[in-house]
Design a protein around this ligand. Structure first.
Ligand code: T3D
Length: 256
């Protein structure tokens, strides 16, 4: 059985981390597969939304601690394993939704943070985990966590590594929504479909603009927005959206 399952249905590419026996702990093979799919398959026009989830009883427990047992951490291997995956999630020009049930720990949480939206089942548990084993957060967590939560909370979660329940994560802004565990898959499916039926090319531009704002001045953003708006203005979905407004009917967006 593959360590990464892929399914494309109604414009939604669902990627399932599949090592349930270790709460989907990340191995080199799994990260390589994920990086490849994000680079080669996810950008295809028929994919309008990506959902990242875990098989079995949790989302992801982070780096597989058994894979490099007894070995020193290598800068090169670490970068090779994580860079393309984290950049792939963050830079893909379409919405990426992390659907988290059970545990999201260490680099598993980092992957969720690199996604655009995080939804949690009521049984979800979040922990940075790194400091508990004498490591610093990685896989982009030092970039994303302070941007999502602010410095003080990011520092607290990184250093003390508490286990947060879904409702606590929601209160902090770590996740966008909490959904009942019993109906989690259906609720995730509905949200993913709502996104997939939207003007997804424009969503990609929105993502690009928000990402750029992390390191830009107001003046730079005003210029960049104008540029991207010109691009959005040329999409078929913009035409359709305006036409639907005139005709007082729901728009039928194609992601073009
Ligand atoms: O090498 C580098 O480049 C460094 C990179 C580091 C990046 C990182 O991600 S470091 C952080 C790694 N992750 C952790 O430290 C988390 C370790 N796991 C846990 O804290 C807990 O397992 C969880 C909070 C995730 C879940 O707890 P619980 O009680 O629900 O499950 P459990 O019983 O602890 O785990 C179930 C099984 O999964 C168990 O296996 P067993 O005993 O039934 O055979 C456990 O060993 C295994 N497992 C859980 N996490 C990992 C793992 N196996 C390998 N690696 C893991 N990370």
């Amino acid at each position: 059985m593959s360590v990464l399952l892929k399914e494309l249905h109604e414009g939604i590419l669902t990627l399932t981390l599949n090592r349930p026996e270790a709460i989907n702990a990340l191995t080199t093979e799994m990260l390589r597969e994920l990086g490849k799919v994000l680079a080669k398959e996810a950008p295809a026009p028929e994919v309008r939304v990506v959902v990242l989830r875990g098989a079995g009883r949790g989302f992801c427990s982070g780096q597989d601690l058994r894979e490099f047992e007894g070995q020193r951490i290598s800068y090169k291997a670490h970068l090779r394993n994580y860079q393309s995956v984290v950049e792939g999630l963050a830079n893909l020009e379409k919405p990426v939704l992390a659907a988290i049930h059970g545990a999201a720990a260490g680099a598993g949480l980092s992957l969720a943070l690199a996604c655009d939206l995080r939804v949690a089942a009521t049984d979800a548990v979040f922990t940075t985990g790194f400091s508990k084993i004498g490591l610093i957060p990685d896989a982009g967590m030092n970039y994303h966590l302070p941007r999502i939560l602010g410095y003080a909370k990011a520092f607290e979660l990184s250093v003390l590594s508490p286990r947060l329940k879904a409702e606590e994560a929601l209160a902090l802004g770590l996740v966008n929504r909490v959904m009942a565990s019993e109906t989690f898959s259906e609720e995730v499916g509905k949200l993913a479909l709502e996104l997939a039926q939207g003007p997804t090319k424009t969503y990609g531009l929105i993502k690009r603009a928000l990402r750029r704002s992390a390191s830009a001045t107001l003046e730079e953003m005003l210029e960049y927005e104008a540029l991207l708006q010109e691009v959005a203005g040329r999409t078929e979905d913009h035409q359709e959206g305006v036409q639907a407004f005139y005709e007082k009917r729901p728009a039928r967006f194609q992601g073009k």
